[in-house]
Design a protein around this ligand. Structure first.
Ligand code: IPE
Ligand code: IPE
Ligand code: MG
Length: 264
């Protein structure tokens, strides 16, 4: 049985294609760059802010759908360390939207066993928003369902730089020797330390780039791009991405079964 959302379910169970998903190989971790809000609004002759609001609706639905499909971790890129370059009004609008999202969603997410985590430079956000984030994280800390990782003021380079700073401090105090540093040491000092790497990375809106998202963690992620803007992204697109993902041959630098066979 798929896991039903408590409350109004996503339309994932009424979506053609659901039966094509192999239950045993649903990606454990899906990462999404929630892009295209501005273009979605502009195409409709609306202000970009309408696009951001519509984008929140998509997130709400995709969180439910991912949880119902048994995805373990969903990381959603909401605001990058570079997005401060945008006009103040847009930045302020986005910040109040994050705050509103937490206020309106926390109860339902908690009821559905979702664990909320934030990744990024949270200490640079407004203090009131920081408190809401801390409360949401603390309240849902022991939930065992979907881990919803929200990347706010997140940058992959900043994350790796931070890890290097922490590690070099340990070296300076003698707690760690340089030769003891391995891939795992770096991994353990990222925001995503305890989480599996993303299996599937989705970017809507037609741009074919990573925009400083999960640089270390995406080393072997499968990429899935679509021209659809984030506000139009529905559970049916998530299902399609998973179906396509399940057809990929993930080799991690090795050879697949057929390839191995040829050299025997
Ligand atoms: C993504 O949509 C949301 C954020 C980056 C905060 P955009 O605002 O980047 O939308 P486009 O890419 O301009 O269409
Ligand atoms: C990436 O989108 C960041 C988020 C979706 C939060 P951008 O819109 O900021 O990326 P670029 O500028 O097109 O690379
Ligand atoms: Mg964009």
């Amino acid at each position: 049985m798929w896991k039903k959302w408590f409350g109004k379910s996503s339309d994932v169970f009424h979506t053609p294609g659901l039966n094509l998903i192999k239950r045993e190989s649903v990606p454990r971790h899906i990462a999404i760059i929630m892009d295209g809000n501005g273009r979605w609004a502009q195409r409709k002759g609306l202000l970009r802010t309408f696009g951001h609001r519509a984008g929140v609706e998509s997130l709400r639905d995709i969180v439910k759908a991912a949880s119902e499909l048994g995805v373990k971790v969903l990381t959603a890129y909401a605001f990058s360390t570079e997005n401060w370059k945008r006009p103040d009004e847009e930045v302020n609008f986005l910040m109040s939207l994050f705050s509103e999202y937490l206020d309106s969603e926390i109860d339902e997410l908690h009821q559905n066993d979702v664990q909320i985590k934030f990744i990024g430079k949270i200490d640079e956000l407004a203090v009131t928003l920081q408190h809401k984030i801390e409360n949401a994280q603390a309240r849902t800390l022991h939930n065992g369902g979907l881990i919803l990782n929200l990347a706010v003021n997140y940058g992959g380079r900043a994350e790796i730089t931070r890890a290097v700073q922490i590690i070099t401090e340990k070296v300076a105090t003698g707690a760690l020797k340089p030769e003891e540093i391995t891939d795992n040491t770096i991994q353990d000092h990222l925001y995503t330390a305890a989480l599996p790497d993303p299996d599937l990375l989705i970017r809507p809106s037609g741009d074919l780039r990573i925009s400083n998202f999960l640089l270390w963690q995406s080393a072997y992620a499968e990429f899935w791009f679509t021209d659809i803007n984030w506000p139009d992204f529905k559970p049916k697109h998530l299902i399609q991405a998973i179906i396509d993902y399940q057809k990929r041959d993930r080799r991690f630098g090795g050879v697949n079964k057929d390839g191995a066979h040829r050299f025997k």
